[in-house]
Design a protein around this ligand. Structure first.
Ligand SMILES: O=C(O)CCC(=O)C(=O)O
Length: 250
């Protein structure tokens, strides 16, 4: 779906639910090329840390756009950034990207959590993540599930992606919320609001589940001093904007 084809209803659904599925945000052939590039990065990551990952919910490589020309094309793909901007209805910058991959037969879920509480911006900021499927991603492969409307919950503590029981302990009512599970075909994407609770299941297949996730934040969202691996080396002053060369406006 091209950004120009987004309907008013879809944009409104993003506002009320905090998540939407956008089919074919990139073409199948584009996704296959990006899948190959992502797999090369994952192979390198595994070679560098061979024993480091079997107990984690996912392999993660942050800010691949800085290190790989092909993945950079995906992070700044014109249709992706245009869809994000229409959904957010505000000027955005790219906060960071990351490859999130679940190795074959990984029995671990990504625990329910909210993203924006982990980032150095106010919880009220507009932030949204594009989770792009680089292969067909079924429920059995560990697609994402969301709690629609949960982006309105502003007071829950930061729950780690490894803390499987954290969300239930913190807010027992959440387990009774309707859950939206969204399998994706290659090149499809979900956009979720930075405060929407979400999880991803285990990967029960014999293939890697590879997603490229691009996170956008309101271009005027100021740094609030919270520690984060992207901003820690920059010595930013609280209340200032992240620099455009690290978090480029889109
Ligand atoms: O892909 C996953 O396992 C988790 C993704 C996630 O938490 C996110 O994109 O915010």
């Amino acid at each position: 779906m091209r950004a120009s084809e987004l309907t008013i209803e879809l944009i409104a659904a993003f506002r009320t639910e905090g998540v939407v599925r956008i089919p074919k945000v990139i073409s199948k052939s584009e996704a296959e090329r990006f899948h190959q590039a992502a797999m090369r990065i994952l192979d390198r990551l595994q070679a560098e840390n061979p024993n480091d990952y079997s107990s984690r919910a996912f392999h993660q490589k942050v800010n691949v756009w800085c290190q790989d020309e092909i993945m950079r094309e995906l992070t700044f793909h014109p249709n992706l950034t245009a869809v994000a901007t229409r959904l957010a209805d505000t000027k955005l910058r790219m906060w960071h990207d990351h490859i999130l991959a679940k190795m074959p037969e990984l029995p671990i879920s990504t625990a329910f959590h909210q993203d924006l509480v982990k980032w150095p911006y106010d919880r009220q900021s507009m932030a949204l993540s594009a989770w792009i499927a680089l292969q067909d991603t079924t429920v059995e492969m560990g697609c994402m599930s969301f709690l629609p409307g949960s982006h309105q919950l502003m007071h829950v503590r930061d729950i780690a992606t490894s803390d499987q029981e954290g969300w239930r302990k913190e807010m027992p009512d959440l387990q009774w919320w309707p859950r939206l599970t969204i399998p994706l075909q290659v090149g499809d994407c979900t956009f979720h609001h930075g405060m929407t609770f979400h999880t991803a299941g285990p990967n029960q297949s014999d293939q890697w589940r590879v997603a490229h996730v691009v996170i956008f934040i309101d271009a005027n969202a100021a740094y609030n001093g919270k520690n984060h691996m992207v901003t820690d080396p920059l010595n930013l002053q609280v209340g200032t904007l992240p620099p455009d060369n690290i978090c480029p406006p889109v």
